[in-house]
Write a protein that binds this ligand. Sequence first.
Ligand SMILES: [Zn+2]
Length: 83
Amino acid sequence: MFKRILEKIRKKKREEKDYPNRFVKFYHLNKKKLNKERRSSYHDRKKEGTCARCKRKAVEGIVFCEYHQAKQKEYNRKARSGK
Ligand SMILES: [Zn+2]
């Protein structure tokens, strides 16, 4: 029983060494959860009609508010003309 706990601690320490810093470690250990949360909030906002980038009300049929829709259009235009 005690040996098992020691092994767990050792294993944990070994895992910590695999990550350059605790932020990367946190990301790796939580990325599944983080991605899930990100996805659900995107869909929640879409459902609620809230902009995906801010808290303003989204234009009907799209996921952005008027401001971010304009931003997105500008971004797309730049991305296309840049090629
Ligand atoms: Zn917005």
